[in-house]
Design a binder for this molecule. Structure first.
Ligand SMILES: CC(C)(COP(=O)(O)OP(=O)(O)OC[C@H]1O[C@@H](n2cnc3c(N)ncnc32)[C@H](O)[C@@H]1OP(=O)(O)O)[C@@H](O)C(=O)NCCC(=O)NCCS
Length: 175
């Protein structure tokens, strides 16, 4: 059964395969999943360990960071050693996050799509967001992203207007 796990070097091989799949995806080739990876982590196992450590530090409230970058909990969605997707919970909103990206973002690797993974991943993440003090999460998706829109609406997302090409939703997190 798939579950949300902390980023770990144990999943390196599967993670690298997933990145290659994302890059080959014509519909959505450069999600955050891909752009956020330190380039050297793609070839050097030690750099991969450092990348994982960075991800884990990003959730730490006491870490120093630029003002625009809020603490963020990144989690990987995996079944055993097989990585299926990733999800990030931003602990609070900045004006830009409020308009564009919201509290929670997720990506499912192309070969794992249309199997309920995003739906299950968001179900697993909402209680974690609640535990972080987010009682109502803001989620956004492109007007054209039917799949993400369905995922959000299935979790009780209340439409909260558009911002440019984005649809914005308020999603209750209470378990
Ligand atoms: C959007 C995304 C996360 C959905 O992941 P997924 O695991 O395929 O989603 P699910 O399998 O849980 O499907 C949710 C619903 O969307 C539907 N769906 C999935 N892909 C679809 C598609 N390409 N077109 C239309 N509907 C689609 C499913 O049939 C399901 O509908 P249902 O509830 O009526 O059965 C995935 O396509 C993805 O990673 N896309 C690229 C990155 C991205 O868009 N991230 C979200 C940014 S807001």
């Amino acid at each position: 059964m798939a579950e949300l796990v902390d980023p770990t070097s144990r999943l390196r091989a599967s993670f690298l395969e997933a990145v290659a799949e994302f890059r080959a995806d014509r519909d959505y080739p450069v999600p955050w999943f891909v752009t956020d990876v330190d380039p050297e982590a793609l070839t050097d196992p030690t750099a991969f360990d450092r990348y994982v450590e960075r991800l884990l530090r990003e959730r730490d409230e006491s870490e120093s960071r630029p003002e625009w970058f809020v603490p963020m909990t990144t989690l990987w969605w995996a079944e055993g050693d097989h990585m299926l997707g990733r999800l990030a919970i931003r602990h609070r909103l900045t004006p830009t996050l409020e308009r564009v990206a919201g509290h929670i973002g997720y990506d499912v690797r192309p070969t794992a799509r249309r199997q309920g993974n995003a739906t299950a991943m968001l179900s697993a993440a909402l209680p974690l967001a609640y535990a972080l003090g987010i009682t109502e999460a803001l989620l956004t998706c492109d007007e054209t992203n039917i799949a993400s829109r369905k995922v959000i609406e299935k979790h009780g997302g209340r439409f909260a207007g558009t911002s440019g090409p984005k649809r914005r939703y308020r999603v209750p997190t209470h378990p």
